[in-house]
Design a protein around this ligand. Structure first.
Ligand SMILES: [Zn+2]
Ligand SMILES: [Zn+2]
Length: 167
């Protein structure tokens, strides 16, 4: 087991494949696994259950093969869900007592988090007059998305940023 080797712990298959970050001696190495966790592997306790894995066995889009594989990251949120609140990106959300609203189009374009705009100014009068539950359809999009066929990607306020503002 050497630095950058691929390994698998046969007693812990749910970890996925691992890649050795660093060996600290005494048969111990730190490795990062496909599930995003970093673990210490001990050859003495794991023994034969710790097996080397050929690079060819790792799927091409595995996080272990990314250029930044050393930096642990959480498993990406399922496609179409916000990485912060886990709600669908194509759903408009309100925050901070309706002072903010997410644009489904901007959010889907962003791809991993809801993109919020001040509400109702960025959403126009039509939408401001809509009363009732979760609005859907074109009026739930921000002014720019409603106007432009190919809206530019704009830097709104992300779901996580809004949360850290302490809404
Ligand atoms: Zn969100
Ligand atoms: Zn938008």
């Amino acid at each position: 087991m050497q630095e950058e080797d691929f390994v698998q712990h046969l007693g812990q298959l749910t970890w996925g494949f691992g890649r050795v970050l660093v060996c600290v001696g005494d048969g111990k190495c730190r490795a990062i696994f496909t599930d995003g966790e970093t673990r210490t592997l001990d050859l003495k306790t794991a023994g034969a259950r710790l097996v080397p894995v050929a690079r060819s066995e790792i799927v091409a889009d595995s996080p272990l093969l990314r250029a930044d594989w050393r930096s642990p990251r959480k498993t990406a949120a399922p496609k179409g869900l916000c990485a912060h609140c886990q709600k669908p990106l194509n759903r408009a959300r309100y925050a901070a007592g309706r002072d903010w609203k997410s644009c489904p189009r901007c959010s889907t374009t962003h791809g991993s988090e809801h993109v919020f705009w001040p509400y109702p100014v960025e959403f126009g009068e039509i939408d401001a007059r809509v009363t009732g539950k979760s609005p859907s359809g074109p009026q739930s999009h921000c002014n720019v998305c409603r106007r432009e066929l190919n809206p530019p990607s704009r830097a709104g306020t992300l779901c996580s940023e809004l949360a850290s503002k302490g809404s």
